[in-house]
Design a protein around this ligand. Structure first.
Ligand SMILES: Cc1cc2nc3c(=O)[nH]c(=O)nc-3n(C[C@H](O)[C@H](O)[C@H](O)COP(=O)(O)OP(=O)(O)OC[C@H]3O[C@@H](n4cnc5c(N)ncnc54)[C@H](O)[C@@H]3O)c2cc1C
Length: 388
């Protein structure tokens, strides 16, 4: 691909800069972290402004309210909005970055028409109900049951770690529709309206004091069969489509932000060893930007290439190293927990776990990309030996 910017790219950049310069000063003050009603208003209002200005859904088809923009424009948008410190996607993360793209790839026309324009206009907040207490890394081991009853599935089970579960209006829900099939073959992917009877959402308080995560309990919840995305029992394949977007492109705008934080740290780094560490992080971020260009270009052609598998692993680990270095260079003593750098450090600790842990990513890369032998289950402990 040609990486030089064309005249129309430059015009896009100039128009975006101008819009950001006019729009950002007029935004209301950003709400505090735990004021969820205000956060939803702020984030969805920002999404609406993007939509009205023609900057929402740059990679999405125009038929569903998107812009069908060239990959270069998508990358310029990320660069410019992050440099201008525009608001982040916030509560629109799941809807715009992986639920919407999954519906574009796998949804039927009714599902696309019902949800895609509303997601882009900031009128629908989504959450993800994948993980369960006994099914995180081993997601295909999920147990939430869906029993067919006419035009509905009757769903019973428990989900955990649902980001934005308490404000989401729709959830990406994985259920077991065939308990007798091998575990990867009996799963279905459903659109879950979060206000259905039988759903109880319980926020979980984190170390930072915020309640971004939730447990979701489902007790005989009747979900229309029309809400199934993809064929019955074929949900594992659809899940991998969702995960490829979540791991491949969803973290990109964060990465531009990581570059800014690394540059901020540069004047404070004095020792040779720390300069070398910062240099390594910056080099990793540079390489990841090159990978991003490739990933965005492939994603715009509907391909989730191998870069998507590597991006999340390499990015979350580089960000983790940057967070650790920041704390070391600036000294822990001068901070309290409300300092954004401390919050940032605590948050980055979770990145190598979110959307699949680094260990699991390494397994996937080893097996699927490099063709290494599949991992073997641990041998059972001989009877009578102590538990590990
Ligand atoms: C910030 C954040 C946001 C999240 N948001 C959501 C969300 O919105 N919706 C949702 O459904 N889930 C969400 N999750 C959950 C996330 O997907 C899981 O935490 C993750 O998949 C790991 O599962 P687990 O926590 O059950 O850990 P476990 O699977 O219990 O893993 C524990 C440890 O064992 C290691 N391990 C497990 N299996 C293997 C193996 N085969 N080989 C080597 N090591 C292994 C893991 O790497 C890990 O270190 C989120 C998590 C975080 C941190």
């Amino acid at each position: 691909m040609d990486l030089r910017l064309s005249e129309s790219d430059e015009a896009f950049r100039a128009g975006l800069r101008d819009w950001l310069a006019r729009t950002l000063p007029a935004l209301p003050e950003a709400p505090t972290r735990d004021d969820w009603p205000a956060r939803v208003r702020f984030d969805t209002d920002w999404q609406r402004r993007l939509f009205d200005a023609g900057y929402a859904g740059l990679s999405w088809p125009t038929a569903y309210g998107g812009q069908d923009a060239a990959p270069s424009e998508q990358l310029l948008f990320l660069e410019e909005t992050t440099r201008a410190e525009a608001p982040y996607v916030g509560v629109n993360f799941v809807g715009t970055l992986h639920a919407g793209p999954t519906l574009i790839a796998e949804g039927d026309e009714d599902q696309k028409a019902a949800h895609l324009p509303r997601i882009l206009r900031g009128e629908e907040v989504w959450c993800q109900c994948f993980s369960e207490p006994e099914a995180g890394s081993d997601l295909a081991g999920l147990r939430t049951r869906a029993v067919r009853d006419g035009d509905h599935y009757v769903v019973t089970g428990q989900k955990i770690w649902c980001s934005f579960g308490h404000v989401g209006e729709y959830g990406e829900l994985l259920v077991r529709t065939d308990p007798d099939a091998p575990k990867h073959r009996g799963i279905s992917w459903l659109i879950l309206p979060m206000d259905l009877p039988g759903i109880e959402v319980r926020p979980i308080e984190t170390l930072l004091g915020s309640s971004e995560f939730c447990e979701v309990f489902l007790d005989e919840v009747r979900v229309p069969v029309a809400n199934r995305v993809g064929a019955e029992h074929d949900g594992w394949r659809v899940t991998n489509v969702t995960l490829s977007f979540e791991r491949g492109t969803a973290f990109v705008s964060e990465m531009v932000d990581a570059r800014r934080l690394a540059e901020e740290l540069r004047p404070h780094v004095t020792s040779t060893a720390e300069r070398r560490e910062l240099g390594h992080v910056l080099a990793a971020l540079d390489a990841l930007w090159a990978l991003t260009i490739r990933n965005v270009s492939q994603a715009s052609r509907g391909v989730a290439g191998p870069g998507a598998l590597m991006f999340k692993l390499a990015y979350s680990e580089a960000r983790d190293r940057l967070g650790e270095l920041t704390m070391r260079v600036l000294g822990r003593g001068g901070f309290d927990v409300h300092d954004y750098r401390v919050e940032e450090r605590l948050r980055t600790l979770s990145l190598p776990i979110a959307a699949g842990t680094s260990q699991v990513q390494r397994n996937i890369i080893g097996e699927r990309l490099l063709g290494l032998p599949r991992e073997q289950p641990w041998p059972a402990a001989p009877s009578g030996s102590p538990a590990r």
